[in-house]
Design a binder for this molecule. Structure first.
Ligand SMILES: Cc1ncc(COP(=O)(O)O)c(C=O)c1O
Length: 404
């Protein structure tokens, strides 16, 4: 990456440099860092709403208008003000994956009937807790879950999460795939599907939904795979005979590096139209990343700059434990300076304050001389960061703010 692309590719109407200063959601970022301190996550309410509106606009331009719905995957970011804001937009329901998430979503204003629940390895106690929420929709992902739910809620409707043994993910990144050649814990495979239907029948359960979520971070080049995947999953739909809904999971990605093109939502919507247009089925989509990831910045304080051997290290005051995606999934969170300049940049390694070798935010980041800088920001920190944070090394402290 060169200096130009470093400063340019991620800029957009609400994240840009003006007279050298970085602005986000209408705020000068230096002012936010000074006011809130670091490490702090800042989320833009307007960007979140814009992301959702863009998704709606893409599907409203197809024959699927009026027969689709979005369920925000709250595992991506469960910050209470953000969830309350989402509820107020009226643009999505919730995809929850634990009893705790359901309770939290309800406390932020969502009605259980707006919640679609999909999880793995549920205990009988989990299921009993979930059964208390009238109207919640259960997607069972194992034979065990169908048995338990059938005992708790006989004669009701359920969904079945299936595993099509095909995955999808950003740039063929295997770490982001939930299904594929390797056998995973997620969903029911073709060869056990008839048994699943028999169990459901034995409790008088009606299978009214087929659900699959097979990977994360897909962009336009992966849309052909998405189409193959959906086409393949009609095998399950046809086996049931008639279902009311198909949930295609989440997985829509956002650009992480200069060479990533944003996902073409027109092409994405065209895939859905081709696959579902001729069938009278409601389509559910449960994105997390796409809705909140690029709506968040992580503000960090600079701790040191020092050359060791052939590498210049820039230290910051938080590590991978509060934003694990770069370390766990090889998903780069690009560091950006709060002030830009025309001076030449140098390639540095941005590292955190955790005693682990994998605590590297970004290698080969082209940054200007940071002598006069007190802070850095990381883009794409709105999803799977604060939500996955741990207190490793007792450095789990951070703050979160929803900006309007
Ligand atoms: C069942 C299910 N649905 C939706 C999502 C959201 O995925 P993403 O944030 O990549 O859109 C996940 C995330 O792993 C998931 O497991």
């Amino acid at each position: 990456m060169n200096q130009q692309s470093y400063y340019r590719w991620w800029q957009r109407a609400d994240l840009y440099y003006q007279r050298e200063h970085l602005f986000f959601a209408g705020h000068p970022v230096q002012g936010l860092a000074d006011q809130f301190g670091t490490p702090s996550f800042v989320y833009s309410a307007a960007r979140i709403k814009e992301n959702l509106n863009r998704l709606h606009a893409a599907l409203n331009a197809t024959h699927l208008a009026g027969r689709y719905s979005f369920h925000y995957a709250m595992k991506a970011n469960r910050f209470a003000p953000l969830l309350t804001f989402l509820k107020q937009t009226g643009l999505c329901g919730i995809d929850a994956c634990s009893p705790g998430e359901v309770e939290h979503a309800v406390s932020c204003g969502f009605n259980p009937a707006e919640i679609s629940f999909t999880a793995s390895s549920l205990s009988t106690q989990d299921l009993a807790l979930l059964a208390r929420y009238d109207g919640i929709f259960m997607d069972c992902d194992s034979l065990h879950a169908i048995h338990c739910w059938g005992q708790l809620k006989p004669q009701t409707k359920i969904g079945i999460r299936v595993n099509p043994a095909m995955g999808i993910g950003r740039a063929a990144n295997d770490k982001l795939q939930y299904a594929g050649e390797v056998t995973t814990k997620f969903g029911i495979y073709q060869e056990q599907f008839d048994e699943a239907l028999e169990i459901a029948k034995s409790y008088g359960l009606t299978v009214s939904k087929i659900h699959f979520h097979t990977g994360c971070g897909y962009l336009t080049p992966q849309l052909e795979q998405l189409e193959r995947l959906i086409a393949h999953c009609f095998w399950f739909v046809d086996r049931v005979g008639q279902v009311e809904r198909v949930n295609i999971g989440g997985g829509l990605g956002v650009p992480h590096v200069a060479t990533d093109q944003p996902l073409s939502l027109d092409q994405w919507a065209a895939v859905l139209q081709r696959q579902f247009g001729a069938r009278s089925i409601q389509v559910e989509i449960e994105p997390g990343d796409y809705i909140v990831k690029d709506a968040g910045l992580l503000l960090l304080g600079k701790t040191f700059v020092e050359q060791k051997r052939n590498t210049v290290f820039v230290g910051v005051d938080a590590g991978f434990n509060i934003g694990p995606e770069p370390a766990y999934y090889d998903l780069p969170f690009q560091p950006v300076p709060l002030r830009c300049s025309d001076a030449p940049c140098t390639a540095v390694s941005v590292v955190g304050n955790i005693n682990e070798a994998l605590d590297v935010w970004y290698e080969q980041a082209w940054l200007p001389d940071l002598a006069e800088h007190r802070h850095l920001a990381l883009i794409n920190a709105g999803a799977y960061s604060s939500a996955m944070a741990s207190n490793h090394c007792m450095r789990g402290q951070f703050k979160e703010f929803l900006l309007f």
